[in-house]
Design a protein around this ligand. Sequence first.
Ligand code: PMP
Length: 297
Amino acid sequence: MPVLVNVEGQLVPPEQATVSVFDRGFLYGDSVYEVARTYGGRPFELGRHLDRMDRSADRIGLTLPPRERIEGEIQRTLDAARNPESYVRIVVTRGEGRFGLSPHLAQGMSRMFVIVRPLEPAPREQYEKGLQVAVTLTRRNPTACLDPSLKTGNYMNNILALREAHAAGADDALLLDLRGQVTEASTSNVFFVQKGIVVTPPLALGMLQGVTRTVVLEVARGEGLIVREEPFGPEALAAADEVFVTSTIREVMPVTSLVLLGGAAPDVRRIGDRKQGPVTRRLHEAFRKYVARTHGA
Ligand code: PMP
């Protein structure tokens, strides 16, 4: 069964996977979630994903089920779905209670869902030709408003940016903070390479601490590359030798053109020679080696 949903411990096909309209996840985005994937059938870096979910839940005062139960339900769903490789989405909502915004109205009964789907990796050609990414006018939520390091069900900031990017014909959105510094893409972290040095924005600007970002930083250092976490603006990306984004599903994906919005007409900038650059390729290979080492895949 390719798509299988675990609704509070019950394994059901997608058409039977329903949630109450009174669930606070549905009403307010009052939930946390993670997206993991498998290699060789086993979830990749599940510990880091669940640590991040712990941090998100902690910050919004939501009680997660015990770690062993979460892990057990994920495994049970993967075993039953039997896909060669799976996308795994784990969602925990604050559940429901008396109607109203106050989180105290929830009756302390969080709800957990696990959605398992066959993994749909990006086509191989995409890794050669890369993505076009638009720097949107929609800015990333400031940390003092809705901290982007929290992976909650409230993704409207990212959705609005993505709408803007798609309207400009780009594949993805790149969001700046209120000071005009690059933060992250709609569901990926961003890096650039200049004269062999790898640069990515520091977490303190307000972004998700991507699991792939962390692994890529580790393998880049392992490769002996100089890595810096420092703020920069979109012009630094436009002038870079290489740009790439990282995420669980995309791994290490080149960005080969940038669209700067806000002027009279979209300003399209080519990056490097418009194909996967050598450092991006090397880091993607090093990432794959890390996967092979840790997962035997
Ligand atoms: N930023 C955002 C906003 C995301 O939603 C994601 C996807 N979870 C990422 C970055 C990349 O994180 P990861 O490498 O853990 O998939």
